[in-house]
Write a protein that binds this ligand. Structure first.
Ligand code: NAP
Length: 220
């Protein structure tokens, strides 16, 4: 089959490898947010399609048999576009959605429904690990009392607008012991993150559990 995977997360890369091994003609589509994405099995295309119509046209022009949405759970726009483009073009859509993390005994989560709420929940003078995409950082700048340790995959192109912060570049550590060292070394008192599910970013949740550290968690 000719398959188009809407990707951008680890699970999409694993899926591409599996489908290529099975003999399918696989293309993974990336939005182009990461400067140097890891190599993927099969073909890769990069950049937006130009909305629903652009995606529907792409599916038809490239005679795609199956569209797979394997995007990040907070990438809501592209998922909505995929649904509608599939409906319009008649091309089958498979949705591979990550399940959110479940609260476990020992977790101290304050669940909120927006980033604005997350910002307002940060206690005064806290030291926060901010584990969000770079595009969501701006609204935290109004909290001048807070120190932020900002985790990012790529270095920002311009200086972050946050008054007190330092950068933690690269992907999260895979094990909680390493994450715990980061939290301790930076005297972090709170974590702000979104409930993205999956394994890649879970070690910080386990580290927080071991340290009895509160997490302000934005729900899906
Ligand atoms: P979004 O808000 O849902 O999408 C915004 C626009 O970006 C879409 O309308 C589309 O442009 C383009 N786009 C998004 N994903 C694309 C893809 N896989 N291939 C081609 N174009 C894509 O998405 P986002 O939150 O900016 O996330 C972008 C990508 O990064 C996704 O693929 C997602 O899996 C990955 N990612 C996102 C997050 C996150 O926190 N949101 C975290 C890790 C990875 P057009 O309308 O022009 O087609």
């Amino acid at each position: 089959m000719r398959i188009l995977i809407l990707g951008g997360i680890r699970e999409a890369s694993t899926l591409a490898t599996k489908l290529v091994q099975e003999g399918h003609d696989v293309t993974t589509s990336l939005a182009g947010r990461t400067k140097e994405p890891k190599p993927l099995k099969g073909k890769v295309r990069t950049g937006g399609f130009g909305g629903i119509e652009g995606l529907a046209n792409y599916l038809e022009e490239h005679t795609v048999d199956l569209l797979i949405d394997c995007t990040h759970p907070f990438a809501k726009q592209i998922s909505a576009n995929a649904l509608e483009a599939s409906r319009r073009s008649g091309i089958k859509l498979e949705i591979h959605t990550r399940k959110p993390w479940k609260h476990q005994q020992g977790d101290q989560w304050k669940e909120v429904s927006s980033l604005e709420q997350a910002r307002d929940e940060i206690p005064k003078n806290a030291r926060v690990l901010l584990a969000l995409g770079s595009q969501y950082i701006d609204l935290f700048k109004t909290r001048e009392d807070v120190f932020y340790l900002v985790r990012m995959v790529d270095a920002p192109e311009k200086e972050l607008p946050l008054p007190h912060h330092s950068l933690l570049l690269g992907k999260p550590f895979a094990n909680w012991q390493d994450e715990m060292e980061v939290l301790k070394a930076n005297k972090i008192t709170h974590i702000v993150c979104r409930n993205s599910g999956g394994k890649g970013a879970y070690a910080k949740i386990e580290a927080a559990r071991h340290l009895e550290l509160p997490i302000i968690m934005v729900s899906q």
